[in-house]
Design a binder for this molecule. Structure first.
Ligand code: GDP
Ligand code: GDP
Length: 457
């Protein structure tokens, strides 16, 4: 069995306004593009798939760092930031070349030195400045050689990321097996899918939503084939099992351990492990707790699932323990806060007594099938032509976009590539219209669908 490696995590740290979110947007898929693709997705995004340099990675924007916080929200933020720093592989500490060093920078530097993490000091907003002038005063932070960058212009950003990640390889960490092909880890070169496709499943959600309970309900009655302990911190913990003739590999998010016949989680909840498991799986099972509110953290994790393009099934758990009013409340909240997950099947379940679990797993299988569906060029092209005939794309100036044919460019998520002319002019709303037509024609429930345009002139 081949084991799954987690992608390294790069955390961006620094006081407010130094340019963390600008850098985050540059090194991940741009926020604007993502929000356009999924209406309703929050703009406030903290986790992203790395998109620059040779190595795949996950970026975390820690949002802010208040080392002097004593209580309340600021303390909770500081706690989360510190956990993100502790669990990431590399920290990029941003400072502002134009504002110079201040006391707050010194305080963050002191805390970072104490963590023993590998820190790269990025002197941002350095565009148009002389390199040595930009970095000179930042040596005093005692974090080694400063790197001058411009997050908004892009200067020095790729070099910084590549340098930061190259240290991981030198330190004897395992090479990423997908290092040369970060864009399409799941694409099988063969025309036919493997007969026994093992479903790589990640069960994710906040602490106490019922993940371990569900895992025990699932595994209690099934044959556990293998339980791999990780060789290094970047290897995933995997459990292979079979259910109803289908084989699954469960990719664990938070230190699952086996005690006798029972599995239990002994480590504390980790956002970073959650992100890594999402990256490493084919299908995500996102668990929510019917007895509490849907939080920003739930929405952030859901946003990351969308960005990676993984197939998704949602379970609202603890359905046994609530009355009709509470049921109505949580369903309304789900509609309001997570409406960008409309492509995913949602189930109300009880992990404790097993109610709804069979239907849930059926949706996992269906989402996996949709994510790996074969979309034939003739049928794609027929669906495209019928859609265009019924409602042509709007004219832009003298240009009328012309769509000739479509073919499949990838799986998990399915990618539909549309060829034609003047396709830059196609508005997002029209793209969503086409997406709905492809979804209906190919029954693509449970997976994001991506559409790309290729104009010949
Ligand atoms: P954050 O609070 O650390 O996330 O900082 P932001 O990314 O929101 O940036 C704060 C301000 O600095 C914004 O007005 C950005 O446009 C600006 N900024 C970010 N990066 C650069 C840069 O490389 N050069 C310049 N001149 N301004 C930048
Ligand atoms: P995890 O932190 O996500 O792994 O959550 P656990 O599986 O440890 O569950 C947290 C708590 O919720 C435990 O006390 C469980 O017994 C309880 N719980 C889990 N699933 C259910 C459920 O379906 N119904 C009810 N009423 N309680 C549940």
């Amino acid at each position: 069995m081949n084991s799954v490696s987690f992608k390294p995590v790069v955390a961006l740290v620094g006081r407010a306004n130094v340019g963390k979110s600008t850098l985050f947007n540059r090194i991940t898929r741009s926020r604007a593009a993502l929000v356009a693709d999924f209406s309703g997705l929050t703009r406030d995004r903290h986790y992203g798939e790395g998109r620059v340099g040779k190595h795949p990675f996950i970026a975390v924007d820690t949002g802010g760092f208040e080392p002097v916080a004593k209580d309340g929200i600021l303390l909770e933020m500081a706690r989360q930031t510190q956990q993100a720093i502790a669990e990431s592989d590399v920290v990029i500490f941003l400072v502002d070349a134009r504002a110079g060093v201040n006391a707050h920078d010194h305080e963050i530097a002191r805390l970072l030195r104490k963590t023993g993490q590998r820190v790269f000091l990025a002197v941002n907003k350095a565009e148009g400045m002389r390199y040595d002038a930009a970095i000179s005063e930042f040596h005093e932070l005692g974090l080694g050689q400063p790197y001058a960058i411009s997050a908004s212009h892009g200067d020095g950003v790729v070099e910084l990321i590549e340098t930061a990640l190259s240290f991981l390889d030198e330190a004897g960490e395992p090479e990423e097996p997908e290092a040369d092909a970060p864009a399409a880890p799941q694409e099988a070169p063969a025309a036919e899918p493997p007969v026994q496709h093992r479903i790589k499943l990640a069960i994710v959600g906040r602490p106490n939503v019922g993940k371990s309970t569900l895992i025990n309900t699932l595994l209690g009655e099934e044959r556990v084939i293998a339980f791999d302990m990780p060789g290094t911190t970047r290897d995933a913990i995997e459990i292979d099992f079979e259910r109803g003739g289908t084989r699954y590999t469960l990719i664990d998010t938070a230190g699952l351990r086996r005690r006798g016949k029972v599995f239990e989680t002994i480590e504390k909840f980790s956002v970073i492990k959650t992100l890594q498991a999402i990256e490493a799986c084919n299908v995500v099972l996102l668990m929510l707790d019917a007895q509490s509110e849907i939080s920003d953290q739930d929405a952030h994790i859901a946003g990351f699932v969308l960005e990676t393009g993984r197939a998704l099934v949602v379970a609202i758990n603890k359905w046994d323990g609530i009355d009709a009013d509470q049921r109505e409340r949580i369903l309304r909240e789900y509609e309001r806060k997570l409406r960008f997950l409309a492509f995913a099947k949602m189930h109300t379940v009880s992990a404790l007594n097993g109610q709804g679990v069979n239907a849930l797993i059926k949706s996992v299988n269906a989402a996996h099938a949709a994510a790996f569906a074969k979309l034939s060029t003739p049928k794609l092209t027929r669906v495209l032509q019928a859609a265009v005939e019924q409602q042509p794309p709007p004219r832009k100036g003298i240009f009328r976009p012309k769509m000739r044919y479509a073919h499949q460019g990838g799986q998990n998520p399915p990618l539909v590539v549309i060829h034609g002319n003047a396709l830059d002019a196609v508005p997002d709303a029209y793209k969503r219209y086409l997406e709905a037509r492809f979804r209906a024609a190919f029954k693509l429930d449970g997976t994001p669908l991506r559409i790309e345009f290729k104009s010949s002139h």
